[in-house]
Design a protein around this ligand. Structure first.
Ligand code: GLN
Length: 558
C-alpha cells in the first residue's frame, strides 16, 4: 500500500445498491479501488453486511456462495475476494462487519455495564458501533476508505447502516464523503424500452433516509442513450456526467475499471472528494486485459464439487483457474461437475474424459465424496493433471489408501466415525471444540517445502517457506505416512509448529511421484490468486495440462 502523500483527512466513499441484489456492488467498489490505487492513492476497502449471522462461516454455500478467508482467519463475504483480487492487497477482519457482529458487540458492552444503566437502542448504540467499524480503516496512512453496504436500499435490516452513513457524513463533513449508488436499469423486451423508474424509486428510498447519491452507477444490458441519461440525472438528482453506464462486460470482470475510466469516473470522483488530480496508470492492467481478450487457445478444466449449481460457491477457485490460464495466454473453459453425478452405475468416464485437468475444491460432509474419489483415481491412473484443495487433498489421500495401498475401509472420520483405516482424522486442537462458528483452523500458516526437486517446490519457485490460508478441522493421519511414501506419495509441504520437533507436523502438501502433475494441498491457495499474480500451484496445473494437450494434439496431427 502506498504511503498517503496528501495532507487531506481520509476520504470516504460509500457504495450502496438499489432495485435488486446481485448487481455487482462488490465488483463496482473493487474497480473504483483499483482506479484509485492506479492513481497512487492508498485505499482500504470493507463491506458492511446487514444479516444477523456473525459471519458467513456457518452458512450453507447454496445460501451465500463461497466463504472467503483472510490472512487473519476471518471468514468473510466473497466480495472480500474481489477486493483482494482487484486491489492486489490483502484485507483483514476490519474489512468485514455484519449486523450480527455489531449487535454482538453492543450486547456484550451492555452485559459488561458499559452503558452506565442507559437504555440501549438502535440509534445511537448500533449506529455508533457501525460508525466505529467504518472509522477503523481510516488510519493516517489511508487516503480513501471504500465501504460497500450489503443488501438493497429499502431493506428493513439495512436501515441502521444507512442511518450510520448519514450521521457519518455529517460528522466528517460532506466534502470528505461521496456516495455511489449502483442501480439496475431494466430493459423491457416487449416494449423495446429501457426503464428508469426502478432506479428513480431506489434513489427516493435513499433520500428518505437523508442520503443523495453523487454517482449513479447504472447496471444495464443495453447502452443508455442521451435521453435516458438525462432522465436519470434529473430524477435521481445527479449531474449528467455522473451517470455512469456499467454494461455487462464481454470477457472478464476485470474490464470494469477500464469502462469506468473511459467515462472519467476517476477524475470526477477525486474532484468530488477534494483530492489532487493524478495520472491513472493503467499500463499493467491494460496489458493484462489484452492477454485476457486474446487467448491463443482454450484449456478444459473440470471442477468437481457439491455446490456446483451455485454460481458463486467456488468463486475464488474459478477465479484462480482463470488467472492461471491467462498467465499462460490461454482461456479456461471450466466444466462444473456435480460430484454425485459421477456416482453409482453411470458412464462417469464419459463426463470427465475430455478434461485437460481436474480440480477438487474444498468442502464438507459425505455427499458426493465417492464421486470425487472416482475422478481422482482417474487422474492418478490416466496421468491427468490434478489439483486438490483442502477436502480435495483429504479425498486424494483416501483414494490412494484404498486403491494403491489396498487398505479396505480407508476413509476420513468426517465421513465415517470409526473407520478401519482413519486416513484423515480430527485435529488435536479441534477435539474439544463445541461451537460451529469461527472454530476451524483458520487463516494463514507457514508451510515448509521439504522436497527440493518436487513439482511443488518448482511451482513455488524453489523457496523454502510459503504461506497459505486455511479453513479445516481434519488432517492427514501421520501414522499412515510411511506407507504412503513407500508407495510413491511424497509429502512436499509440512507445517512444523515447533522446529525442535520437526516430526510433530501437519501435512500441508502431497504430490504423486512419476505423474505429470498430481498435487493436493490442505490449504486454500485459491484465496491468494489475482489476475496480475496467478497462484503458482494453479499456474503449474494449467502449464502441465497444456503441455500434455499440445503434445497429444501434435502427435495426432502428425
Ligand atoms: N471438511 C474438511 C475439514 O474440515 C475440509 C474442509 C475444507 O475443504 N475447507 O477438514
Amino acid at each position: 500500500m502506498s504511503k498517503r502523500k496528501s495532507n487531506q483527512p481520509t476520504k470516504h466513499l460509500f457504495v450502496s445498491g438499489g432495485v435488486v441484489s446481485s448487481l455487482g456492488k462488490g465488483i463496482t467498489a473493487a474497480s473504483i479501488g483499483r482506479l484509485l490505487v492506479n492513481m497512487g492513492y492508498s485505499v482500504r476497502i470493507q463491506k458492511l453486511d446487514p444479516y444477523l449471522n456473525v459471519d458467513p462461516g456457518t452458512m450453507n454455500p447454496f445460501q451465500h456462495g463461497e466463504v472467503f478467508v483472510t490472512d487473519d482467519g476471518s471468514e468473510t463475504d466473497l466480495d472480500l475476494g474481489h477486493y483482494e483480487r482487484f486491489l492486489d492487497q490483502p484485507c483483514t477482519g476490519d474489512s468485514t462487519f455484519t449486523s450480527g457482529q455489531i449487535y454482538q458487540t453492543v450486547i456484550q458492552k451492555e452485559r459488561a455495564g458499559e452503558y452506565n444503566g442507559g437504555t440501549v437502542q438502535v440509534v445511537p448504540h448500533i449506529t455508533n458501533e457501525i460508525k466505529e467499524a467504518i472509522r477503523v480503516l481510516a488510519t493516517d496512512d489511508v487516503d480513501v476508505v471504500i465501504t460497500e453496504i450489503g443488501g438493497t436500499v429499502g431493506d428493513i435490516e439495512g436501515l441502521p447502516f444507512m442511518e450510520a452513513v448519514r450521521q457519518f457524513r455529517h460528522e466528517v463533513g460532506r466534502a470528505n464523503v461521496a456516495l455511489c449508488h449502483v442501480a439496475y436499469i431494466p430493459y423491457i423486451k416487449a416494449a423495446g424500452e429501457i426503464k428508469t423508474k426502478p432506479a428513480q424509486h431506489s434513489v427516493q428510498k435513499l433520500r428518505e433516509i437523508g442520503l443523495v447519491p453523487d454517482f449513479l452507477m447504472c447496471r444495464t444490458e443495453h447502452p443508455l442513450n442521451r435521453e435516458i441519461r438525462e432522465k436519470l440525472a434529473l430524477f435521481c438528482n445527479v449531474d449528467f456526467d455522473d451517470v455512469i453506464e456499467l454494461r455487462d462486460v464481454p470477457h472478464a470482470i476485470y474490464e470494469v475499471p477500464q469502462i469506468m475510466l473511459k467515462q472519467d469516473l476517476h477524475t470526477r470522483l477525486i474532484e468530488r472528494l477534494g483530492l489532487a488530480p493524478r495520472e491513472c496508470d493503467m499500463r499493467a492492467w491494460d496489458l493484462m486485459l489484452r492477454h485476457i481478450r486474446n487467448p491463443k487457445d482454450t484449456i478444459r478444466v473440470g471442477l468437481i464439487g457439491k455446490y456446483i449449481n451455485h454460481q458463486d460457491a467456488y468463486k475464488s477457485v474459478t477465479e484462480a483457474i482463470d488467472h492461471a490460464a491467462w498467465g499462460h495466454l490461454l482461456k479456461a473453459e471450466i466444466v462444473r461437475l456435480e460430484s454425485e453425478s459421477l456416482e453409482g452405475d453411470v458412464d462417469w468416464k464419459a463426463q470427465i474424459k475430455d478434461l485437460d485437468a481436474i480440480v477438487v475444491p474444498g468442502g464438507f460432509g459425505q455427499r458426493g465424496f465417492e464421486g470425487k474419489l472416482r475422478a481422482i483415481q482417474y487422474c492418478r491412473e490416466q496421468g491427468v493433471p490434478y489439483l486438490g484443495l483442502c477436502l480435495g487433498m483429504q479425498t486424494a489421500a483416501v483414494e490412494f489408501a484404498r486403491n494403491v495401498l489396498k487398505l479396505e475401509g480407508a476413509t476420513s472420520v468426517e465421513m465415517e466415525a470409526k473407520p478401519t483405516h482413519p486416513i484423515i482424522v480430527l485435529m488435536e486442537s479441534q477435539k474439544d471444540v463445541v461451537d460451529l462458528g469461527g472454530t476451524m483452523r483458520l487463516g494463514t500458516y507457514p508451510c515448509t517445502l521439504v522436497r527440493k526437486t518436487s513439482k511443488t517446490s518448482k511451482a513455488y519457485g524453489n523457496v523454502e517457506l510459503v504461506h497459505e490460508r486455511h479453513r479445516h478441522r481434519f488432517e492427514f493421519n501421520l501414522a499412515y505416512k510411511p506407507l504412503f511414501e513407500e508407495a510413491g506419495m511424497m509429502f512436499t509441504g509440512l507445517f512444523i509448529p515447533d522446529p525442535a520437533h520437526p516430526e510433530r507436523h501437519l501435512v500441508e502438501i502431497m504430490e504423486l511421484k512419476d505423474h505429470p502433475f498430481f498435487v493436493a494441498t490442505q490449504a486454500h491457495p485459491e484465496f491468494q490468486s489475482s489476475p496480475v499474480k496467478p497462484h503458482p500451484l494453479f499456474k503449474a496445473l494449467i502449464g502441465a495440462a497444456y503441455k500434455i494437450r499440445s503434445t497429444t494434439s501434435n502427435t495426432s496431427k502428425g
